[in-house]
Design a protein around this ligand. Sequence first.
Ligand code: B12
Length: 126
Amino acid sequence: TAAAADDDDDACSVLCSPAAASPNTKPVTYTTHVVFRGILLGALKRLMNSNANFKFTYTEDPNYGPYLESVNGVAGSAEDHTYWELLVETPDDKTIRPDVGTGCYIPSANDKIILRFSKYNNQCTT
Ligand code: B12
């Protein structure tokens, strides 16, 4: 394809799951690549640049870097206590919740990245 990856690149997929926000929107899966030891943010940008159906925005936190704000036009909101949660389904079928954001997480080959529109409660329990 035009977006041919380097031999070194690892394939990973991105699943967007906005079910809570809009029940009529089905989860969508996209395939993308990360360069050797590359961060998730890079893979998401590559996906956005190569796929007209995937877009996201982020804000820059002074301490933790990029905060995923919206995916495909659906934004998290402080008022509604919603956010885009970052989950990863590993090749051995475990689902983990990374303890870092998209600027620090380094996907492994065949990781399935799950962006899940979620609600948080009032207590800060992250
Ligand atoms: C509360 C909280 C949240 C809330 C923030 C909203 C809210 N109003 O409550 C929610 C639930 C949305 C959240 C989400 C996430 N969080 Co959080 N969160 C916290 C927590 C417990 C307190 C932050 C706080 O209120 N500080 C006090 C206020 C006054 O300071 P502040 O600078 O204004 O705080 C803001 C930032 O911390 C920002 N924020 C919160 N989490 C994250 C994560 C990232 C990557 C970024 C860029 C910004 C960010 O939101 C706060 C409110 O606006 C901290 C741990 C801690 N004890 O500090 C973790 C913490 C900051 N979060 C963390 C993580 C990993 C995440 C997630 C990536 C988890 C995930 N796998 O989905 C997601 C972000 C995904 C995304 N969309 O990019 C890590 C960041 C580590 C790192 N180096 O990346 C921390 C340090 C916890 C940990 N694992 O050790 N989080």
